[in-house]
Design a protein around this ligand. Structure first.
Ligand code: GLP
Length: 220
């Protein structure tokens, strides 16, 4: 469903500005987008992409970087132009790049089990902008699987919560039973900086795409 939404948006606006997530959740979405490029002529040549976050200190060539994740799952397989691909390295510079692109049209975002969106961990200010952050122990424990025996970074550069909310449309993705409790709190619970994803309740254009396991605890 998310891939269809993105494909439709690109066909309507060929120079669409997309905010893109990493993680296990969007892998199927990227597979479908690659298929749409190969089989349905979805043209990425004008699309501008801004990834939500990146580990601090990992170069683009590092196999564990989010840049490499994006190359593997999407960029290597579609006709996106390398000069239209953006990753956060320094907060203020990233804000400027997003502004100069005219803001983000469509932002796809996942959710951490502690309610983080991008790498805005619990307690992050709703007025925060792109910046370097320290990862929580829970986030590090969840991500360690991807690093094997390598030490993983404890810092990242992320879009801020206010940056995410400036996007014109937002799609929240969650799948699996491990997300049911946090999805219930994010969508039905009180809006609080202690659960960053609750801020999405204040945005006028949000679609949540959940599988049954992730939606199990929520009331709609
Ligand atoms: C990381 C990313 C987030 C992502 C989250 C959930 O923390 N920085 O942007 O939403 O993981 O990942 P997963 O989809 O693997 O559960």
């Amino acid at each position: 469903m998310a891939a269809e939404l993105i494909a439709k948006a690109i066909r309507v606006k060929p120079n669409l500005t997309l905010g893109l997530p990493t993680g296990n959740t969007p892998i199927g979405m990227y597979e479908d987008l690659v298929r749409a490029y190969r089989e349905k002529n979805l043209d990425w040549s004008g699309v501008r992409t801004f990834n939500l976050d990146e580990y601090a200190g990992l170069g683009p060539e590092d196999p564990h970087s989010y840049r490499m994740y994006m190359q593997r799952h999407l960029f290597d397989h579609v006709n996106v132009s390398p000069r239209n691909i953006h990753f956060p390295v320094e907060g203020n510079a990233y804000e400027k790049e997003i502004r100069e692109a005219g803001g983000i049209d469509l932002l796809i975002v996942g959710i951490g089990t502690n309610g983080h969106i991008a790498f805005n961990e619990p307690g992050a200010s709703f007025t925060s902008r792109s910046r370097e952050v320290i990862l929580t122990a829970e986030t590090i424990a969840n991500a360690q699987q991807h690093f094997g025996s390598n030490t993983m970074p404890t810092r990242a550069v992320t879009m801020g919560i206010a940056t995410l909310l400036d996007s014109r449309h937002i799609v929240l993705l969650a799948s699996g039973a491990s997300k049911a409790d946090i999805i219930r709190r994010a969508l039905n619970g009180p809006v609080t900086e202690a659960v960053p994803a609750t801020v999405l309740q204040t945005h006028p254009n949000v679609i949540a795409i959940l599988d049954e396991a992730a939606a199990a605890g929520s009331k709609f």
